[in-house]
Every structure is written in structure tokens, then in C-alpha cells.
Design a protein around this ligand. Structure first.
Ligand code: BES
Ligand code: MN
Ligand code: ZN
Length: 511
């Protein structure tokens, strides 16, 4: 073999290792009732009509029933009872997991159960886990959705620190094998999208800047995604003046990254993601250490829309999807925007920049314009860590949804409920637009001090969103989690990939 080929092969092997690293659990599905494993996971519903422990040896059943009685385990959703060294079977432990009423389980709630199981088993030294989901007739996809939750929770960012946990080998017993295997394949595509978004967001700003983000996007070409990158000179030439202005304070030039998955002949759906790889605030510098330290995550919107494109491309989903990612680093320097500067957007509107920290709406203005001008999309959804005001209003329980389309409210709310990435509608109103009046330009980039900042920002975006249906998702607060949650270990969340992937691939209920 030629040396060059050898080199290529080892690079490919490394690339495979890398993707394995992100998630090294293995999963297989079967229809057996076998108990042969280190850990046995069984489910118990509140009404206990959907499942019985009949297949276990009598003495094991007695032991479990005793443990259930002693610990007042009722089968409530999320309850976990751990029984060590059960009698007569080979398993070292049994996890009995409460599922509540199986009829009312959403996929997201099943994912949560999976996440809880992964967390419970994290420090367990034995590798094999046998999960028996047979008999849950009200939830035919229980096994594959459970695997999804386990995998989402098992993600680790291993760029700078090795993960030392024992990787598990899950064997999941199901009733309908092909149904679950097929569904699990699609869920794994979504996971790949979530993990890409998490990797991009976890990466420190010193590593993840417009150029390196563009390079990560280019890797999707191998999946059939068309990736184009506008360089600083293109941004200048096309008069994307707002993106240029936000980026000009940095040593690292801005880019506009486009990733297009042409999976159908329909008019494209455009996703526009805010890509501020670091938001210092600019001259309106973020004053507290805690507010500035998290701002490597201000490109989470861009990460989410790129992750969604990856999920669709792996699935070969029949959707025509284009992601537009205006990327810039908002810095302080002799080249940076000066508070009070007036800039000209690609659409032609002039903006008085009264606060250099309200930079997200600026780059999105040019991103929205670019999406409309070049793709004539049937619908645009933008995703952005846009305002602290949104965090005050909704915390991280809901993302803020702004749209005039009742249909998008209904569809996105439903998709969010399904996967547990919930959205809540907040108002778009002309009164908030009135607050954006500037004395010397077409508009200013801030609303009224201390009032309804999320809606003012949304009305700013609306000026650039065009006539087709448009929705804005303010995901401020969602990009990073300080503590482990059910399906997300501490760190970047990849929030929105599951919501948008579900919205894109589920038949949409008509209203
Ligand atoms: N990236 C921030 C918004 C943000 C805040 C995200 C907290 C995540 C957590 C955004 O660029 C910003 O600084 N917004 C300002 C706008 C204001 C100056 C009008 C804000 O919300 O304070
Ligand atoms: Mn800012
Ligand atoms: Zn920002």
C-alpha cells in the first residue's frame, strides 16, 4: 500500500474514533425475554396492568415484591428502585423503573426515563445491561425512545478531558423489532445532530471562531450537504453591513456559512442561527464575570441549525432545508463598533447602534435578508441566544416563540411538547416596534430601557423577516446547563435540534 493511502486510512480511522468517543454506548434490539446480563432493567406502571414479572424465577419475584413493598415503590413515573444481588438470577442488580400511566407517555418523557437510567448506571462497573420493555402495548416505540434518552445523557465532551466511565452495552427487548430498529436509526441521526451542536457550543471561543466553525460545517459535505462560506470580502461586496460591523472589532474575520440539504423539490425551509462565537458585549462590555464567561455559547443558534441539517442529511429526510449562519466575534478593539455608530444593513435599512451588546439582531438582520434573497424560502425560523429579557420571563423551562403564524405556533408548540423542548409564545406588537425609532437612522438596535427587551428584539428582526411565514426562537439561557439534567449532562445542550428535527419530519397537524 502506498504511504499516502496508509495515511488516509489512519486519518479515517481517527475520524471514526472521534465520533465513537462522543458516544460509546452500544445498543441492540431483540425480542427475547432473556435475563442474561450484569444489570437487568424492568418497568413497572402505576396501574401494573401493562407488565408483570411472571417470567422471573419465583424467588426473584418474591424478593422484588418485598423490596417494592418495603420501599413503598408505587410505579410512579421516574421512580427507580435498585435491588442488588437478586436471588437465583445471574444479574448483579435489578433496576425497577416506574413509568406511571403508559398511555400518557410522550417520547420526551420516555427519553427522560432513559436519561435517568444512564445516570443511575454511570458508576456501575459492569458493562452489560438487559432492558425488557415487552408488554408495553400502549407505547410501541418505548424501547427505541428509551435508547435515545440513554444516548443523549451519555454524551461527553472529550476534547480536553478523557471520560473514565465504563461504556455500557445495552440489549433492549421489544415487542416489534423492525419498528424499533427503524425508529432508532432516525433517532441516532438526531443524536448526531445534537452532539454536533453540543461539540460546537462546548468548544471554547479560543478554538471555535468563525473560520473553525466554517471548517466544521464543511465536514457535512460528505453527507451530501452543500456548504458555502462567504468570506469577509464577500460580506463586504454583498453589503452585509451589519454582519461586517459586528465582526470588525475582532482579529478573526466574520463569515456567513450556508449549509443546504436539498432533500426535496419543495421551496426550501430556511433556518437562520445566531453565530456569535464570543459575545464580550463590545464597548458595552458585559460587566460581570459570570455573564461574560458563558458567552462562548452565543453561537448556539448557529450550532442548532447546523446540527438540524446534519440530522436531516443522515436520515436522508425528504425536506429541502437550508441553514444560514452569520458568524462573528463581538470584541473590543480599535477597529470595533463605537456606541452610537450608524450601520447600513444588506436590506438597506440604517441602524443606530446604541448598544454594541445588542449585536445578535444585527447579524440576524443580514442573515434573514440573505436567506430570503437567495433561497425564496416558504418559511423561515431563526434561532438565537438573543436576550437576557427572555431569560427573566421564561427561565430555561421554555424557549420564547415569536410569530404571527398561528399554524407555526401550533406546530412548534406541539413538536416541543413531544420532545420536551418546550416553547411559549411571547408577543410581537407594533407598540414594541415604536420603541425602536431613532432620531438619525431608520431604527436603533435597542428598545425602551428595562422593558420587554425580548419583544423589542423580535420586532427588530421582523423588519428583516419578509412576507413569508417566519418564527423567531429566543433560546437565551438554553445553550449551557450548569448541572446535569435528564437527557443532558452538564455543559452544552444542543437545545432545539430535537424540536426542529421533529417539526421537520413529523406530518404536521392541520388547523
Ligand atoms: N447574547 C446576549 C443575550 C444573552 C443573555 C444570552 C444571557 C444568554 C444569556 C445578547 O447579545 C445580549 O447581550 N443582549 C442584551 C441586549 C440589550 C443590550 C438590549 C441583553 O439582553 O441584555
Ligand atoms: Mn450581546
Ligand atoms: Zn449576544
Amino acid at each position: 500500500m502506498k504511504n499516502k493511502n496508509k495515511f488516509l486510512l489512519s486519518v479515517m480511522a481517527l475520524a471514526c474514533l472521534n465520533s465513537l468517543n462522543a458516544n460509546a454506548e452500544t445498543f441492540s434490539f431483540d425480542t427475547r425475554n432473556s435475563l442474561n446480563s450484569d444489570t437487568l432493567v424492568l418497568f413497572h406502571s402505576a396501574d401494573s396492568t401493562t407488565y408483570s414479572l411472571d417470567f422471573l424465577p419465583q424467588s426473584t419475584q418474591d424478593q422484588l415484591n418485598l423490596a417494592v413493598a418495603d420501599n413503598s415503590f408505587s410505579g410512579k413515573r421516574g421512580e427507580v428502585l435498585e435491588i442488588l444481588v437478586p436471588s437465583e438470577i445471574d444479574a448483579k442488580r435489578v433496576l425497577l423503573v416506574g413509568i406511571g400511566d403508559a398511555k400518557t407517555l410522550t417520547p420526551g418523557e420516555i427519553n427522560t426515563l432513559g436519561g435517568n437510567i444512564a445516570a443511575k448506571l454511570e458508576t456501575v462497573p459492569q458493562a452489560t445491561v438487559r432492558v425488557l420493555t415487552q408488554g408495553l402495548n400502549n407505547a410501541p416505540l418505548f424501547g427505541s425512545e428509551l435508547a435515545h434518552g440513554i444516548e443523549l445523557r451519555s454524551y461527553r465532551y472529550t476534547q480536553f478531558k478523557a471520560s473514565n466511565r465504563v461504556e455500557k452495552n445495552y440489549q433492549i427487548g421489544v415487542d416489534d423489532l423492525s419498528l424499533n430498529q427503524k425508529h432508532h436509526k432516525n433517532l441516532q441521526a438526531v443524536e448526531a445532530g445534537v452532539f454536533l451542536a453540543r461539540d460546537l457550543t462546548n468548544a471554547p471561543a479560543g478554538n471555535m471562531y468563525p473560520e473553525s466553525f466554517a471548517n466544521e460545517a464543511r465536514k457535512l459535505k460528505s453527507l451530501g450537504v452543500k456548504v458555502t462560506v462567504l468570506e469577509a470580502k464577500d460580506i463586504e461586496r454583498l453589503n452585509l453591513g451589519a454582519l461586517a460591523a459586528v465582526g470588525k472589532g475582532s482579529e478573526r474575520p466574520p463569515k456567513l456559512v450556508v449549509a443546504h440539504w436539498p432533500g426535496s423539490k419543495d421551496a426550501p425551509i430556511a433556518l437562520v442561527g445566531k453565530g456569535i462565537t464570543f459575545d464580550s458585549g463590545g464597548y458595552n462590555i458585559k460587566a460581570t464575570g459570570t455573564s461574560i464567561a458563558r458567552m462562548k455559547s452565543d453561537m448556539a443558534g448557529a450550532a442548532t441549525v447546523l446540527g438540524t441539517v446534519k440530522a436531516m442529511a443522515i436520515q436522508k429526510a425528504p425536506v429541502n432545508l437550508v441553514a444560514i449562519m452569520p458568524m462573528a466575534e463581538n470584541m473590543v478593539s480599535g477597529h470595533a463598533m463605537i456606541p452610537g455608530d450608524v450601520i447600513t444593513t444588506a436590506q438597506g435599512l440604517t441602524v443606530e447602534v446604541l448598544n454594541t451588546d445588542a449585536e445578535g439582531r444585527l447579524v440576524l438582520a443580514d442573515g434573514l435578508w440573505y436567506a430570503r434573497e437567495n433561497y425564496r424560502p416558504s418559511v423561515i425560523i431563526d434561532v438565537a441566544t438573543l436576550t437576557g429579557s427572555k431569560v427573566s420571563a421564561l427561565g430555561t423551562v421554555y424557549a420564547g416563540l415569536f410569530t404571527d403564524s398561528e399554524q407555526l405556533v401550533q406546530q412548534l408548540t406541539f413538536a416541543g411538547q413531544q420532545v420536551g423542548e418546550k416553547v411559549w409564545r411571547l408577543p410581537l406588537d407594533q407598540a414594541y416596534d415604536d420603541e425602536l425609532k431613532s432620531t438619525i437612522a431608520d431604527l436603533k438596535n435597542t428598545g425602551k430601557e428595562g422593558s420587554a427587551g425580548a419583544s423589542a428584539a423580535a420586532m427588530f428582526l421582523k423588519r428583516f423577516a419578509g412576507d413569508q411565514p417566519w418564527a423567531h426562537l429566543d433560546i437565551a439561557g438554553h445553550a449551557l446547563t450548569a448541572t446535569d439534567t435528564a437527557v443532558v449532562p452538564a455543559g452544552a445542550t444542543g437545545y432545539g435540534v430535537r424540536l426542529l428535527s421533529t417539526w421537520l419530519t413529523q406530518p404536521k397537524a392541520q388547523n
